[in-house]
Design a protein around this ligand. Structure first.
Ligand code: TPP
Length: 555
């Protein structure tokens, strides 16, 4: 297992996710005498990690869930970049972790391997509790003049100090020369091979005794979808299309989970205390607790922790995580989303209440710039589906995407169903497509819209036709996916030389790359307001009249 750390506190949180994955998979696949999933997750952290708020989110949940196979080492060297930490970090860390319900080993000499080994043994004995081994260390130990100071945090020692350090620690070797006896001491090839062979043998025996569990375990650890997946998804999409339901896209999302999770046991969901609003539970959801495994994590109000834990679950393997909050609070989670994209991992971030359309909660809860800025994260696919069919397709494609995360954005309010034939349904896979062509096939303008604004775009198309103006409506649920299509396809949808109007209840600026300077955007340029959703859409110009007026203004 490997994760990309760097942003302090997230590596520790990934480790909580990895330990949680072990607990979930062990509960599902282990059988008496066959502990095929049985490993510790070790994490190394510093003062910086513990100062970061995310360490509270993750470690508090790890304590509540009793992740006994998580063993952490706190490098308590009293130094961070600005110097001695006592002026800005004076927590009693052992007491903090005891309060979380962890097993704490205080005051270990971090330079004494024997002391550390016995602390690890004690940690292993404390089953049912994660362990924090607090290691007192000296940063830059061995440097006679700089040890114990922040000068050794990141900067090189320099030639003079290197020269002074050599006799100080009795090191007589040339730079980059590592004596063979040290290599030998650290070489774990033989030990690792033996352990791996033992485990493989155990897995072989497990396979003989529990063939179907073994096949499932191997499939899941390989990250492969079930053999009948595509067939199942196609049927589900057809069923959803036939139902023609006019429902909120968050409800369509829940229906998609219900329809997909039954054939995808690796789907492990959750929400940051908004399950009833995000609609993330399905009929087969089983909450994970201290005592049991399951497939649903009640993350509590911990958006950042949830997202970085999801990264750990995904990196562990055997699990496809999804986790939800309001789109507004994707801000709290953002750096974990970025790390998922950077690490190219499959992860599904579900954000509901996607615009001013959520109404009276007011501008603190009304996302304006979030959809656009999430789209700016490289390798992130952001979906904002317009109805039940696009919502189901978005879920399926996000699950199938192996080389990066997806954000799924859904409305609180009801959205009209859009009629499509099978060929048009296939085009949703392209991220942007012609949902409704101009009646005469010769559009004078193109309206591009997403999500809740598709219904408006369709109504505006009708109103414009009544005044003799023919427009095409392009639905663009996933702009990055559309951008990955070839030029010929993109040009066939956005027709060179035909002016465009984008309509999205989000920050207007994003859309200029599609409409250009000669086009126009009906979007948000301010924060929202506190009022019923219908009043707000009117107030901010998301009306048929305004879209018609805007189209007329550019052609
Ligand atoms: C989220 C985040 N903020 C800031 C930094 C920049 N940074 C890197 S290391 C560090 C200090 C960390 O101190 P500590 O954990 O005590 O590490 P030590 O100095 O002991 O190596 C900071 C602020 C970062 N990597 N991540």
């Amino acid at each position: 297992m490997e994760t990309t750390t760097g942003p302090l506190g997230q590596g520790l949180t990934n480790a909580v996710g990895m330990a949680l994955a072990e607990k979930i998979l062990a509960a599902e696949f282990n059988r008496p005498d066959f502990d095929i999933v049985n490993h510790y997750s070790y994490a190394f952290l510093g003062d910086g990690c513990l100062m970061e708020g995310i360490s509270h989110e993750a470690c508090s949940l790890a304590g509540t869930l009793g992740l006994g196979k998580l063993i952490c080492f706190y490098d308590d060297n009293g130094i961070s970049i600005d110097g001695h930490v006592e002026a800005w970090f004076s927590d009693d860390t052992p007491k903090r972790f005891e309060a979380y319900g962890w097993h704490v080993v205080p005051n270990v000499n971090g330079h004494d391997p024997v002391a550390i080994e016995s602390a690890i043994e004690a940690a292993k004995q404390a089953s049912g509790k994660p362990s924090m081994i607090c290691c007192k260390t000296v940063i830059g130990m061995g440097s006679p003049n700089k040890a114990g100071t922040h000068e050794v945090h990141g900067a090189a020692l320099g030639d003079a100090e290197v020269a002074a350090s050599r006799p100080h620690i009795g090191w007589n070797h040339l730079p980059f020369e590592i004596p063979q006896e040290i290599y030998d001491m650290w070489d774990s090839h033989t030990k690792g091979k033996k352990l791996e062979a033992e485990w493989t043998q155990k897995l072989d025996e497990y396979t003989k005794k529990y063939p179907s569990e073994a096949t499932e375990f191997k499939r899941r650890m390989a990250g492969e979808l079930p053999a009948n997946w595509h067939e199942h998804v196609d049927k589900l999409i057809s069923r959803v299309n036939e139902k023609e339901e006019t429902i909120a896209s968050r409800k369509a999302s829940q229906n998609a989970i219900e329809g997909l999770a039954s054939v995808l046991p690796e789907l492990v969901g959750g929400s940051a205390d908004l399950a009833g609003s995000n609609l993330t539970l399905w009929s087969g959801s089983k909450g994970i607790s201290r005592e049991t495994g399951g497939n649903y994590i009640y993350y509590g109000v911990r958006e950042f922790g949830m997202s970085a834990i999801m990264n750990g679950l995904s990196l562990h393997g055997g699990i496809i995580p999804y986790g939800a909050t309001f789109l507004m609070f994707s801000e709290y989670a953002r750096n974990a989303l970025r790390m998922a994209a950077l690490m190219k991992i499959r992860n599904l971030f579900v954000f509901t209440h996607d615009s001013i359309g959520l109404g009276e909660d007011g501008p603190t809860h009304q996302p304006v710039e979030q959809t656009a800025t999430l789209r700016y994260i490289p390798n992130m696919d952001v979906w904002r589906p317009c109805d039940s069919v696009e919502s189901t397709v978005a879920w399926a494609r996000a699950i199938e995407r192996k080389d990066g995360p997806s954000v799924l954005i859904f409305s609180r309010q009801t959205l009209p169903f859009q009629k499509r034939n099978a060929a048009v349904i296939k085009l949703i896979d392209k991220g942007g497509y012609i949902l409704s062509e101009a009646a005469d096939g010769k559009p004078q303008a193109i309206i591009i819209a997403t999500g809740s604004e598709i219904g408006l775009a369709m109504n505006a198309q009708t109103a414009l036709a009544e005044t003799g103006i023919q427009v095409r409506v392009v639905s663009m649920p996933c702009t990055s996916l559309f951008d990955r299509q070839d030029v010929a396809y993109r040009d066939s949808v956005l027709l060179k030389g035909v002016k465009r109007v984008a309509v999205e209840a989000g920050i207007a600026d994003y859309w200029h790359k599609y409409v250009g300077l000669e086009g126009a955007v009906v979007g948000m340029t301010t924060f929202g307001e506190s009022a019923p959703a219908s009043d707000l859409f009117k107030h901010f110009g998301f009306t048929i009249e305004n879209v018609v007026k805007t189209v007329k203004s550019i052609i």
